[in-house]
Design a protein around this ligand. Structure first.
Ligand SMILES: *Cc1c(COP(=O)(O)O)cnc(C)c1O
Ligand SMILES: [Zn+2]
Length: 429
């Protein structure tokens, strides 16, 4: 008996904080984004010195394109660049990622952009890019021995957490603003018994989640106390775009901004690929997209200030409705430094963006994608985007989740009796 215990103690070597050796792959430490203070890998998210956000730092080994290409057709092909164990494919997860990068010739012609691509993340397991971040958060929560997998959400995150938790056999509790679109509520409730609708906006829900995380032991709120691990999942969007372009960075990229995490991580991914020698170093411009009913980052960009003033969201782009964006300041930095911009559009333009992408490329996007495509159009019209440069626009979610946004704009052109004569009268013959 004691021999067995001794053997187990030898094979499962742990660090001083009780974390399994290799649990986070090549991740080395948590580093404060503000003051650079380092913390051992663990369930931490805020710097003890300055309360700044913690970010994962790595000791990357030499990674080759061939090694990556030999990996699975999901985000785990980049596991060497993520805070996950080397045997991550063995744990039950949704295997998100490696979504299609489509040449958008029709939309490009419509907008006068020579070389345009759509990275279509609506085809992920729960139909948004959130499956990427949740997969990384779930891995970390498992390593921390968390009992409950939770999140405050603007909709898609709750869908992804509830589904991933179901598949992993871990209890989930997800929190959403009570005015959320019905399809997004159902898309969570099918996977979990514990969907909690909160009377308030996302920022209220987020505050409540932080409070619960402080009170309850063993709760992993993916985007609160597991945020450093969660956020790294968005890097895979950047890796995939580069790989799918033939190991090249685009010249320009347009990304929707809610908390701003995704945009900052796509930039981080591009920088890592350059450092690892996996792509050639070159300048690229990063553009952020918001709906003007919730555009605190765009407002700061246009105001030429670093001060992001929180707003009360009022827009149909509910998945982007974060009035006090945690990474807004870093979005500003990146967009300014790279020569990009942050732009916002009206709800009507969001609806038009959805229909434009659908009619030109056969892709039905949700309001976040309508925002991104609408902003792309506005960037062209205002001369902020160079139409001669290779451009990628990210579609982060699926239109079936926000049907109401366009259900009054599109519908039957005619309702007729089942006769040829009636059909001829429509003028469609
Ligand atoms: C969450 C979300 C975003 C924005 O994510 P952040 O990383 O918080 O900026 C964009 N699009 C969709 C569809 C989302 O659900
Ligand atoms: Zn700090």
């Amino acid at each position: 008996m004691s021999a067995v215990i001794a053997e187990q103690a030898e094979t499962t070597s742990t660090t001083t904080s009780g974390i399994r050796e290799g649990a986070f792959g090549n991740a080395r430490t948590l580093t404060c984004r503000e003051c650079g203070h380092e913390v051992e890998l663990g369930p931490h998210y805020a710097c003890m010195e300055c309360f700044g956000p913690l970010e994962i730092a790595y000791d990357f080994p030499a990674v080759t394109r061939e090694q990556i290409e030999a990996g699975p057709r999901n985000i785990w092909r980049y596991k060497a660049l993520l805070p996950v164990p080397t045997d991550i494919e063995q744990s039950p997860n949704m295997e998100p990622g490696f979504t299609r990068l489509l040449k958008a010739g029709n939309l490009g012609r419509e907008l006068g952009i020579d070389n345009l691509w759509v990275k279509d993340d609506s085809t992920n397991p729960t139909n948004s890019f959130k499956d990427r971040v949740v997969a990384c958060a779930l891995s970390a929560a498992t390593e921390f021995g968390s009992k409950v997998f939770a999140c405050p959400s603007t909709g898609n995150l709750a869908n992804a957490v509830a589904a991933a938790g179901a598949r992993a056999g871990i209890k989930t509790v997800v929190f959403i603003p009570s005015n959320l679109e019905k399809p997004k509520q159902v898309n969570s409730a099918v996977f979990t018994e514990s969907l909690v609708a909160v009377n308030g906006n996302y920022d209220d829900v987020n505050k409540l989640a932080s409070e619960i995380a402080g009170e309850e032991d063993g709760w992993a709120f993916v985007n609160v106390n597991v945020r450093p691990y969660y956020a790294e999942g968005s890097k895979t969007l950047g890796y995939e775009i580069a790989e799918q372009l033939g190991w090249r960075l685009p010249d320009q990229i347009v990304i929707p901004v809610a908390s701003g995490s995704q945009l900052t991580k796509v930039h981080k991914a591009f920088q890592e690929l350059i450092k690892l020698g996996l792509v050639e170093d070159k300048p690229y411009k990063v553009f952020g997209a918001q709906a003007n009913g919730c555009s605190p980052v765009s407002a700061a960009y246009k105001g030429g200030t670093d001060a992001i003033r929180p707003v009360k969201p009022d827009t149909i782009a509910k998945s982007l409705a974060i009035g006090n964006p945690a990474d807004g300041i870093y979005v500003l930095d990146i967009c300014r430094q790279t020569g990009g911009a942050v732009e916002d559009i009206t709800d009507d333009e969001v609806r038009q963006g959805i229909v434009l992408l659908a009619r030109t490329e056969g892709i039905f996007t949700e309001t976040a994608g309508g925002t991104t495509v609408g902003v792309l159009k506005k960037l062209v019209e205002t001369g902020q985007l160079d139409t001669s440069l290779e451009t990628v626009v990210i579609n982060t979610g699926h239109g079936l989740k926000t049907l109401d946004a366009v259900s009054d704009s599109v519908g039957p052109v005619a309702t007729i009796e089942p006769s040829y004569a009636a059909f001829v009268q429509t003028g469609l013959a």
